[in-house]
Design a protein. Structure first.
Length: 223
């Protein structure tokens, strides 16, 4: 495993995909998902120049956060969050990617000491096993969440089925972008909706082609 080479290759590929889609490479931020690895390896990855780190579980988030405190990093929590754990973590998180219920939003509102930048997780593909709101309910959900003034909805997050074809991926990701644009036009208070968190190791080129502004990449760094 050569972390520096993997990092360089991933960043170059993301930049190339952005440019091929007529976008600036600065429009897309690479988030390194360190859930597969220990804090020592995560630190080595940070030393290659990665600035955005993500974990999907609260306990592992806190471990990495503690271990890497001396670095100037942006911290992402990307997995589903149990309400009873919100108080342990939410004020340390720069971006929370998995807002998937109004009850969770209420708990974040209760515990937040400052605005929390959140992505609304949307289940575009309609897969049963996936978390996230249905496309048809997002409108009403945003209205409900608007009453929580600590929650800033920066964008939408979605995950595609692992077995999706390239065509299906393009459809899911472009639908996510269309939905985001639609919701943004409502000009809801504290909901800028400029960002799209989508794309992982296996599908990030297609996500970037279709408007992703944050890609969450794990395994490709550690192979
Ligand atoms: C693990 C994980 C990723 C990264 O997945 P890879 O396929 O390893 O790149 C992205 N998003 C979420 C929510 C994850 O849990």
């Amino acid at each position: 495993m050569n972390l520096q080479a993997n990092k360089d290759r991933i960043f170059q590929e993301v930049a190339a995909c952005a440019q091929a889609a007529g976008r600036s490479k600065d429009d897309v931020t690479v988030i390194a998902v360190t859930k597969y690895t220990d804090s020592e390896t995560a630190e080595k990855l940070v030393q290659t120049g990665v600035k955005h780190i993500a974990e999907n579980r609260v306990d592992k988030f806190l471990d990495k956060y503690q271990a890497l405190q001396v670095y100037d990093l942006t911290w992402h929590l990307i997995g589903s969050l149990q309400r009873r754990k919100v108080k342990d973590v939410i004020n340390l998180v720069d971006y929370f990617h998995a807002l998937d219920s109004v009850k969770l939003a209420a708990e974040i509102q209760k515990r937040a000491e400052h605005d929390i930048k959140c992505f609304l997780q949307v289940n575009i593909s309609g897969e049963e096993s996936k978390h996230g709101f249905k496309v048809s309910e997002v409108d009403n959900i945003l209205e409900e969440i608007q009453k929580f003034d600590k929650i800033k909805v920066v964008g939408l997050m979605t995950m595609a089925p692992i077995d999706a074809s390239e065509q299906e991926l393009a459809k899911i990701f472009s639908e996510a972008n269309a939905l985001r644009k639609n919701l943004k036009e409502k000009n809801l208070k504290n909901m800028p909706l400029d960002e799209l968190s989508m794309g992982m190791s296996g599908d990030f080129p297609i996500a970037v082609q279709n408007g992703a502004t944050f890609v969450r990449i794990g395994s490709a760094f550690f192979k």
